[in-house]
Design a protein around this ligand. Structure first.
Ligand code: GDP
Ligand code: MG
Length: 181
C-alpha cells in the first residue's frame, strides 16, 4: 500500500437515526467493506455502543481521511453523546422510507444535532430502503421539504441494492471540503 495512510484532511462524519433504519448497512458499505478489501485502519468503541472506522477518499485530487461514526442505540450518558458529536463536520440522518415513525423521529435527531454538534456541520437527510418500492410511506417531496426547511441536504438510498449509498457519503465529504477551503 505504500503511502496508503497519508492524507490531507481528516473529516469526522456521523450516522444517526432510529434503530433499524440502516445505519450499520451504510457504515459497512462506506467504510467497512473498504476495510475488508484494503486493510485500512479500523478502530472500535463497541463497548460503549459507538464505533468508528476510517477510509481515505479522494476529492479534487485531495486525500481525505473520512472517520465515520456509527451508534448502536442511543447512548445512555450525555458525555458519550457529546463525544459522539464533538468535532463532527458531517452527519447523515437516516430514516426508513417504509417507516413513518423513523421519519417523524428525525425531528428529535435534528434537535440533538443542534444541541451537541457544531452549527456548521454539513447534514444530509437520507431516506433509506428505496428498494422496498410499494411499501414506501414517506413521500420524497415531504422529506425534501423538511430537509430544506432545516438546512440539510437530502437524498434517498438503498443499502440493499447499494444504490446511492457511496454517492450520498461522498457528496457530504465534498461539501465539507468546499466549505473548508
Ligand atoms: P441500524 O439499526 O440503523 O444500524 O440498521 P441496520 O443497518 O442494522 O438495518 C436494519 C435492518 O434493515 C437489517 O435487517 C438490514 O438488513 C435491513 N436494511 C438496511 N438497509 C436496507 C435497505 O436499504 N433495504 C432493505 N430492504 N433492507 C435494509
Ligand atoms: Mg446498527
Amino acid at each position: 500500500m505504500g503511502d496508503g495512510n497519508q492524507y490531507d484532511h481528516l473529516f469526522k462524519v456521523l450516522l444517526a437515526g432510529d434503530a433499524g433504519v440502516g445505519k450499520s448497512a451504510h457504515f459497512f458499505t462506506t467504510v467497512l467493506s473498504q476495510f475488508v478489501r484494503n486493510g485500512f485502519d479500523a478502530e472500535s468503541r463497541s463497548t460503549i455502543g459507538v464505533e468508528f472506522a476510517t477510509r481515505i477518499v479522494t476529492v479534487d485530487d485531495t486525500r481525505i481521511k473520512a472517520q465515520v461514526w456509527d451508534t448502536a442505540g442511543r447512548p445512555q450518558y450525555r458525555a458519550i453523546t457529546a463525544a459522539f458529536y464533538r468535532g463532527a463536520l458531517g452527519a447523515l440522518l437516516l430514516y426508513d422510507v417504509t417507516n413513518s415513525l423513523s421519519f417523524r423521529n428525525i425531528k428529535a435527531w435534528v434537535k440533538e444535532l443542534r444541541e451537541y454538534a457544531s452549527p456548521h456541520i454539513v447534514a444530509m437527510l437520507v431516506g433509506n430502503k428505496t428498494d422496498l418500492g410499494a411499501l414506501r410511506v414517506v413521500p420524497a417531496e415531504v422529506a425534501a421539504e423538511f430537509a430544506m426547511e432545516n438546512g440539510m441536504m437530502y437524498t434517498e438510498t438503498s443499502a440493499l441494492d447499494m444504490s446511492n449509498v457511496e454517492s450520498a457519503f461522498e457528496s457530504v465529504l465534498s461539501v465539507i471540503y468546499s466549505m473548508e477551503l
